[in-house]
Write a protein that binds this ligand. Structure first.
Ligand code: SAM
Ligand code: DTB
Ligand code: SF4
Length: 369
């Protein structure tokens, strides 16, 4: 059951969201137990592989170049450092790595080739690999799929009606197209939204209705509470009450019984009791590690203690699906072949020069140039 047939209309969903809290949690917990092991919670680590300097104007985002935030822009990480971070996340109990890039869209360039290689390498570590790289076309989605990508995260963020109040540089329709491209390539879809941006409850329900309308709703639905970052247009938004997170998690759980509902950004503002109610109401995953993409998150040890207190168990990778197979990427292979050839040619030219008595000039100081 992808969508719960009991809830078809916006009004039915609004009534559900506004139900007495414990009734709502009970209904969600009952459904959660029918479709999932309630003790298992997936720990997923986020890694910002390319940070800041983004051209978009998403009002919540500290990585948009146009806002004056403390985020320092960094170019794409190297494949080696991504592997190191992935191993570290795995050693701390994470079964999924989500790599995020502050891009408007994927471009067919060397950086993307490197991302393809990152996906291959992390998949080889036996972790579920997720990417969130902005908009992408079908061919790019296929390359990621063949590299071994398990899921693609692309959020709709809010209802179509409220979306324009927060973002103007990308249309809702663009987002739906990217989700469709991931789907067509056979990649599992992770898509959700943010609450606490000043939207009405109707907009939270409007977000969920967008997923109801899809032929296949997402397998994974992250629910983020806005992290209000200084310098962004939403910096003055008051933090939402954790009861709202619980209601949103529960409503999402009831509506999409098979999906993994992710208790995502905003946990530093919640206590263990509030998070416990989210797990009770069907949250099946958290982001683990002391950093989300650029903002703080509870430390691994704090979460380990919470898991102990609540009797939760970290979920193993690929429990509900098979691990994707990595297929060699012809573009990446071709680039590597050309690079190796160029390097060999340079080495040969250098040897030749030495043989002919031309010592390569040693640069000892800037003045000698
Ligand atoms: N640049 C890509 C894109 O926008 O599709 C991928 C990275 S972007 C940071 C991924 C998601 O993080 C956004 O769609 C948004 O839902 C979430 N996000 C970003 N900033 C946030 C914040 N301050 N609070 C909560 N969620 C946030
Ligand atoms: C999602 O829905 N939440 C994550 C993940 N998908 C990529 C991102 C949260 C980012 C919070 C703000 C930051 O740390 O920059
Ligand atoms: Fe750029 Fe993504 Fe941030 Fe929007 S959410 S500004 S696209 S990094």
């Amino acid at each position: 059951m992808k969508v719960n047939p009991q809830y078809q209309t916006k009004q039915q969903l609004l009534d559900l969201y506004n139900k007495p809290l414990l009734e709502l949690v009970f209904e969600a917990a009952t459904i959660h137990r029918q479709f999932h092991n309630p003790r298992e919670v997936q720990m997923s680590s986020l890694l910002s592989i390319k940070t800041g300097g983004c051209s978009e104007d998403c009002g919540y985002c500290p990585q948009a170049a146009r806002y004056n935030t403390d985020v320092e822009a960094h170019k794409l990480m190297t494949v080696e450092s991504v592997i190191e971070q992935a191993k570290n996340a795995k050693a701390n109990g994470s079964s999924r790595l989500c790599m995020g890039a502050a891009w408007r869209e994927v471009r067919d360039n060397k950086d993307f080739d490197n991302v393809v290689e990152m996906v291959q390498e992390v998949n080889n570590l036996g972790m579920e690999v997720c990417c969130t790289l902005g908009m992408m076309n079908e061919n790019q989605a296929l390359r990621l799929k063949n590299a071994g990508l398990f899921a693609y995260n692309h959020n709709l963020d809010s209802s179509p009606e409220f979306y324009g109040d927060v973002i103007s540089t990308r249309e809702y329709e663009d987002r739906l197209n990217t989700i469709e491209n991931a789907r067509k390539a056979g990649i599992s879809v992770c898509s959700g939204g943010i609450i606490g941006m000043g939207e009405a409850v109707e907009d939270r329900i409007g977000l969920l209705m967008s997923y109801v309308k899809m032929e296949t709703p997402p397998e994974s639905i992250p629910i983020n509470a806005l992290v209000a970052v200084e310098g962004t247009p939403l910096e003055d938004q008051k933090p939402i009450e954790q009861w709202e997170m619980i209601r949103m998690v529960a409503t999402t759980r009831i509506l999409f019984p098979e999906a993994i509902v992710r208790l995502s950004a905003g946990r530093t503002k919640m206590n263990i009791e509030g998070q416990a109610l989210c797990f009770m109401a069907g949250a099946g995953s958290i982001f683990a590690g002391d950093k989300l993409l650029t903002t703080p998150n509870p430390e691994f040890n704090e979460d380990k203690e919470m898991f102990n207190i609540l009797g939760l168990l970290p979920k193993e990778p690929f429990k509900d699906a098979v691990q994707p197979v990595t297929i060699p990427d012809t573009q990446l292979e071709e680039r590597k072949r050309k690079e190796a050839l160029r390097e060999a040619e340079l080495l040969e030219a250098r040897k030749e020069a030495i043989n002919q008595g031309f010592e390569p000039r040693k640069v000892t100081s800037v003045e000698s140039l």
